[in-house]
Ligand binder design. Sequence first.
Ligand SMILES: Cc1cc2nc3c(=O)[nH]c(=O)nc-3n(C[C@H](O)[C@H](O)[C@H](O)COP(=O)(O)OP(=O)(O)OC[C@H]3O[C@@H](n4cnc5c(N)ncnc54)[C@H](O)[C@@H]3O)c2cc1C
Length: 401
Amino acid sequence: MLGGGPAGSGAGRLLATWGHAVRLVTRAPADARLAVSLPPSCHKLFDAIGVRDAIERAGFVRSTGHTVWWGSRDPRVEMFAGGARGWQADTHVLEAVMLEQAAAAGVTIESRGGSLDPPSLDPPSSDPPVSFTLDCTGRSGLLARAKALRTYDDGPRTIALVASWRRDSPWPVPDDTHTLIESYQSGWAWSVPVAGGTRHVAVMVDPQRSGLARGSSAREVYLAEIAKTSVFAGLIRDAAFADGPWGWDASTYRADRYAGDDWLLVGDAGSFIDPLSSAGVKKALASGWLAAIVTHTCLVRPEMRRHALDFFTARETEIEAAHAKASRRFLAAAAPSHAHPFWSERAEEGALDDDETTPLRAAFEQLRQAPSVNFRADPALRVEPRAAVSGREVVLEPRIV
Ligand SMILES: Cc1cc2nc3c(=O)[nH]c(=O)nc-3n(C[C@H](O)[C@H](O)[C@H](O)COP(=O)(O)OP(=O)(O)OC[C@H]3O[C@@H](n4cnc5c(N)ncnc54)[C@H](O)[C@@H]3O)c2cc1C
């Protein structure tokens, strides 16, 4: 296992729990900090990986939703459905908690000061392979890059400049547990509360257009961009600058393939989705969970190896594509309010109309309202075995195709 973020420690913990010998090699976190917002639905993955109690004990701020100024000066307060609560997590703390849980399950963890060398690309030593390498190194993508599988999206890159700010009195927002998001002329800004009156406040900027590429300092660019916002500029006015800004590359990418005979690209090592979605950690946890199931299947049921590996690539491809499409729609929604290349270069024409679920929902509604329905099998329907997850294995199940 390479890398000890949510994907690596989640996959490692599951594999160790299922009786496999797991060695996880990672590096100590960098100084840069990042607070991320996790939706309530992560609880299913925390449960599946067996870390829910440890996450609850970690004392993360529990969020009730987000407050958004997206293409508008009026806030949209969005609460999570059914009163559910998400987590606002400092990634260093999340990583430490999950690594500890992986170690408790029997994973051997080696944390090195520097970077690892790219892994060897030798063909598997046995057929079928008896060991697997899971690349969980996030954006570093040690194996993904060594195998030249990474594809960056066409179009401009995006850098996040993140700083932490503190207030002694409550932040002047509708709900201080919320993630805040504001679109502005040349980017968008977000803020996540961490603890004790501290918030991470970030701007997402284009490195070419913001002056970063012309040599301006990160701090100059950060403050100049925040000054262009309407709401965030007011938010930090009475707050004390605590630390940062730290730069994070937030440009999106995907892989041409996510699995090979004895390797998998897991979490951000495979693909990176726009942070707008607040779904990166959830995607990494789900990817780690599935990677553990696929690895386990390959090792204990070699006859299912090809199905399991293809299933992994298909699922990771599908999930990345769905997120990319949702982000294009979200960016297109704010673009008309901001006449700036940041937006015109990122908002794809037609993205807002490109919702293939609309006709499906209309058809479903028609069915729902019909006084009675007669079902008959279309002659083209067949029942065929298809890969699916059952417990901790990938199995073949009859599916209508
Ligand atoms: C600006 C920004 C904002 C974000 N906001 C959110 C958000 O609000 N909500 C959300 O869910 N997600 C968010 N994300 C995404 C989220 O942080 C990632 O999707 C998630 O952390 C991916 O988990 P991972 O385990 O795949 O990779 P990572 O968390 O990146 O973990 C990679 C691991 O590999 C190790 N590693 C890396 N390189 C090497 C090397 N060369 N040698 C050895 N070890 C190595 C690292 O130390 C680390 O342990 C955001 C990301 C960014 C950049």
